[in-house]
Design a protein around this ligand. Structure first.
Ligand SMILES: [Zn+2]
Length: 383
């Protein structure tokens, strides 16, 4: 539960406005807890900065209070953040032979501090019957630290406690509502309570982000193709790599339910139950969202090629993340896939990349099949 809350907080500080100084609170945790949580859960990159997050917040708050009448207060904050990593095999495009052990990889772009005067519920739009989800929230307001919030739940498909923990009781929908009485802000979220993945005929979202994993399926008839934002971002990425003498090739993008059925069946034929470690069952592939691309080669060795190294280090700049990172199968549900990139948009991809977390951890969700065994469909109903 604690991890869930912390990751929801991380999400909150970044996803919707990308504002470093947004005060984020979940339940009874003060803003300070959010700051330390971020430091604790940031594992891969080590942040060394002269202006701490706390410092930025303080500065932003000061500037905000001097502009009492402003609806939205903007203050440019100059920060220099050096990200250092101790990745074992970090190299650049031109270093084809030497492997360095320590390297500065990036400087995060500077961001203005913006208060939007909003409150937003963080969490999924679907919860399975009998399960609970600890919803969080994010506030962007100059008086966020003094917020006094009230959770409410309309509908009888589940119940919500005063801290935003929702327990799904029976199939149906509920409307969660959060109000920050002191600042006059509210937000609502419709949550579907479902008995099984088969009840899900809508795109699952977590805090507004479309999600497909073992927990959250994609509707069978969802067929958007590869989304143009995904493809356009990929072209930019490809071009940037090309300018460094590297070749990133598009291998696989959108897959329909039917295509994923074939892909999974192929893996299943070869690996039986172990196929679930490397391939998604139909209805659960991120490729079905039109937001994922496989590049170059589906071999683990791709990770250590100049292209693989470049991709891991730079894809966030074009709005992508390496979705299934090394050593995270117990979280994402899938083995390491250095070739599979997921489009999130620039701000969120940057936040997730620098958090060092998987997308599941970042959003505070899990990834496991609610139906234990996959039953292959017979062809008797084929057209
Ligand atoms: Zn893939």
């Amino acid at each position: 539960m604690k991890l869930k809350r912390i990751t929801a907080l991380l999400l909150g500080c970044s996803m919707l406005c990308g504002c470093t100084a947004d005060a984020v609170q979940a339940n009874t945790l003060p803003a300070a807890a959010y700051i330390s949580s971020e430091e604790e859960t940031t594992t891969a990159p080590v942040l060394t900065t002269s202006d701490t997050t706390e410092g930025i917040t303080a500065q932003a708050m000061t500037s905000a209070t001097t502009t009492v009448t402003a609806e939205t207060t903007t203050e440019a904050v100059t920060t220099t953040t050096e990200i250092t990593t101790t990745a074992e095999t970090t190299t650049t495009a031109t270093e084809t032979t030497a492997v360095t052990t320590e390297k500065t990889i990036a400087t995060r772009p500077q961001r203005p501090v913006v208060y939007k005067n909003t409150i937003e519920i963080l969490g999924p739009n679907v919860v399975y019957t009998g399960e609970s989800f600890d919803f969080g929230y994010k506030i962007s307001h100059r008086n966020a630290e003094r917020a006094s919030v009230l959770w409410q739940c309309e509908g009888d498909a589940g119940s919500l406690d005063k801290d935003g923990n929702f327990t799904a009781e029976k199939k149906g929908t509920v409307k969660l509502k959060i109000s920050d009485i002191s600042n006059g802000l509210t937000d609502t979220l419709t949550v579907h309570v479902v008995d099984s993945p088969e009840d899900i005929d809508f795109v699952c979202e977590v805090s507004g982000i479309p999600i497909a994993n073992k927990t959250y399926p994609v509707p069978k008839d969802y067929d958007p193709g590869l989304l143009s934002e995904t493809y356009n971002a990929f072209l930019e990425l490809k071009q940037a790599a090309y300018e460094e003498g590297l070749e990133i090739n598009f291998m696989s993008g959108f897959r329909s339910y039917g295509e994923q059925t074939e892909v999974y069946a192929g893996w299943y034929e070869e690996y039986a139950d172990e196929a679930d470690r490397v391939s998604a069952r139909p209805g659960h592939s991120e490729h079905q969202l039109g937001l994922a691309i496989d590049v170059n080669s589906i071999e683990f060795t791709f990770a250590d090629t100049p292209e693989g190294l470049w991709l891991a280090e730079n894809c966030w700049k074009y709005g992508f993340i390496i979705r299934y990172k090394e050593g995270t199968e117990h979280i994402t549900g899938y083995m390491y896939e250095p070739w599979h990139i997921r489009y999130l948009g620039n701000e969120l991809a940057e936040e997730v990349h620098f958090s060092g977390l998987t997308l599941e951890e970042y959003l505070g969700i899990d990834s496991w099949y609610r139906i234990e065994e996959y039953v292959f469909e017979t062809e008797e109903t084929g057209e």
